[in-house]
Design a protein around this ligand. Structure first.
Ligand code: A3P
Ligand code: MG
Ligand code: MG
Length: 347
């Protein structure tokens, strides 16, 4: 007793007589022309300090430093004694970006990255809490049971490997334009510089924020987000299998993360190897599939999320090889728009 909208509207969702609807994530459905994605414009930025305090400025923005041809970075250095890790049990929801800008979808860049890569994801599902408030849809991730288990059972080896990515940033970034990187300091993952960008995906006016690793030193360079640089580490590619995994899975995530806010440059440090710069290289996956899926997901969300009420959460969930489904929760643990934001006057 359901009919598909596919034929008439080109959409990928089904509606059932019972009112329950789902959204397919099959990649074939999204191999359409690339949807309009406006060049993102930075409309603001903010910083989070070593104790995760919010500042409406650039104080945490770091400067990219060319490591030369033969860097020798020991990514393990400081893991035991100069590493302050953000408390991952504290769920910050959207609190840092509820800065009252006019958009019809507000979320984190990282949440959109997950949506973009969904048609190619076969391991990890996701859950997003969505509320509508004064006509704007807010999307905030909810940690799945499986993700929480993985996080709590992370091995020491895996924890150390996570550290390497941050350590690489420390080797590559200077705190000021006229300084050099200082790898003798503490790595503190509470610290962040975040850009806030506004853009449009087809009919969706998006406002999102994402962490930026650093900017180029040249002050004459084009303004944000074009001057921003994303840093990545990856294990050295030695075998054809590693090469194919890198192209199929890792580059997809790197592309999605940086394309969304319009960050043009990704610098990759291959562990135990020289730093190599990579630009927009891809095969096996199609950006159009990612953007079309995201577009259809947002259309699906706007169609489902009808009640304009921050006490109501529509919980969208997805597991690999399934369709996206949702449930509705009133005054539940999933509510995420803070009290101060619901008041008529915001600080
Ligand atoms: P690498 O990805 O270079 O290894 P980002 O690249 O997004 O700026 O994140 C910085 C680092 O945080 C990553 O560096 C990685 O070490 C760690 N990190 C971020 N997200 C992670 C995740 N989902 N799982 C494991 N590590 C993660
Ligand atoms: Mg980063
Ligand atoms: Mg990075």
């Amino acid at each position: 007793s359901h009919h598909e909208h596919l034929s008439e509207s080109g959409q990928s969702y089904k509606s059932y007589a019972t009112s329950l609807q789902t959204l397919s994530t099959k990649k074939e459905l999204y191999e359409k022309v690339f949807p309009l994605y406006k060049q993102p414009i930075e409309v603001g930025c903010f910083s989070l300090d070593s104790e995760r305090r919010f500042f409406n400025d650039k104080r945490q923005l770091r400067f990219y430093t060319d490591p030369g041809l033969n860097p020798s970075f020991d990514l393990r250095d400081g893991f035991k004694d100069r590493y302050v890790k953000r408390d991952e049990n504290v769920k910050e929801k959207l609190d840092h970006i509820l800065s009252a800008l006019d958009a019809d979808v507000v979320t984190w860049r990282g949440h959109l990255t997950k949506l973009l890569t969904t048609p190619y994801e076969s391991r990890e599902g996701w859950m997003f809490a969505v509320s509508k408030f004064r006509g704007t849809v807010y999307i905030s991730e909810v940690e799945t049971e499986a993700a929480r288990r993985d996080r709590e059972n992370r091995t020491e080896r895996h924890s150390e490997m996570m550290y390497w990515g941050y350590k690489f940033e420390q080797y590559m970034c200077a705190d000021d334009i006229d300084c050099s990187p200082d790898p003798s300091g503490v790595v503190n993952t509470n610290e962040a510089f975040c850009t806030v960008v506004q853009t449009r995906l087809a009919d969706h006016r998006l406002l999102f924020s994402g962490e930026v690793d650093c900017r180029v030193r040249d002050l004459e360079a084009p303004g944000p987000p074009a001057c921003y640089v994303e840093l990545k580490t990856s294990v050295e590619i030695c075998t054809p299998k590693q090469r194919s995994n890198f192209h199929r899975f890792k580059l997809l995530k790197w592309w999605a993360q940086s394309f969304l806010p319009g960050v043009p440059q990704v610098v990759a440090g291959f562990r135990d190897h020289d730093g190599v710069v990579i630009k927009g290289e891809y095969n096996c996956w199609k950006p159009t599939v990612c953007m079309n899926f995201c577009n259809d997901f947002l259309t699906f969300v706007k169609q489902v999320v009808s009640e304009d009420n921050p006490s109501v959460v529509y919980l969208f969930s997805w597991e690999p090889h399934r369709d996206v489904a949702y449930t509705i929760h009133r005054d539940s643990q999933y509510c995420f728009l803070p009290e101060w934001y619901r008041l008529p006057r915001r600080p």
